[in-house]
Design a protein around this ligand. Structure first.
Ligand code: HEC
Length: 120
């Protein structure tokens, strides 16, 4: 392998690595709140929230509760995610549209995994 080729491969490797290390994790206000507003807040807002579950603010979302737990670092055990994937009672309820896409659910998982950041 030529030196030039080796150097360019090394540079490429650093670029790829730094991209994944320095990419900012999802942010509540920018990335997560719009999804809640789009799919959940109609039934889980401030006024008569279904099941008492409120999803209309950061504090409400991370509030510790048996029903809606978000466990920072552990998306698969977070009920917020489990309802969306169907691992718990499916949300939004079955016949209700629109539904969050797989990519959107992945973004929420990513947000929880990174520790539920709220930079804004
Ligand atoms: C069309 C109305 C509606 C929408 C939209 C909706 N929900 Fe619900 N949600 C309900 C109702 C009704 C219940 C109570 C269900 C029950 O206890 O049978 C509920 C209950 C829940 C619970 C408690 C479940 C439990 O195990 O007790 C969670 C968590 C939840 N919803 C999350 C969400 C999330 C996340 C979204 C958006 C992705 C969402 N919901 C969208 C109507 C809705």
């Amino acid at each position: 392998m030529s030196v030039i080729k080796m150097v360019s491969l090394a540079v490429l490797g650093v670029l790829v690595l730094s991209d994944s290390i320095f990419a900012a994790p999802p942010d509540f206000q920018k990335d997560i709140q719009p999804l809640m507003t789009k799919y959940c807040v109609e039934c889980h807002g401030a006024s008569k929230p279904k099941s008492g579950v409120r999803l209309d603010s950061y504090d409400a979302l991370i509030a510790k509760s048996r029903k809606q737990s978000v466990i920072p670092g552990d998306p698969d055990k977070s009920r917020l995610v489990m309802t969306m994937t169907g691992a718990a009672k499916l949300m939004p309820p079955k016949k209700f549209t629109p539904r969050p896409t797989t990519e959107e659910i992945d973004l929420i998982k990513e947000w929880i995994k990174a520790g539920t950041k709220n930079y804004s």
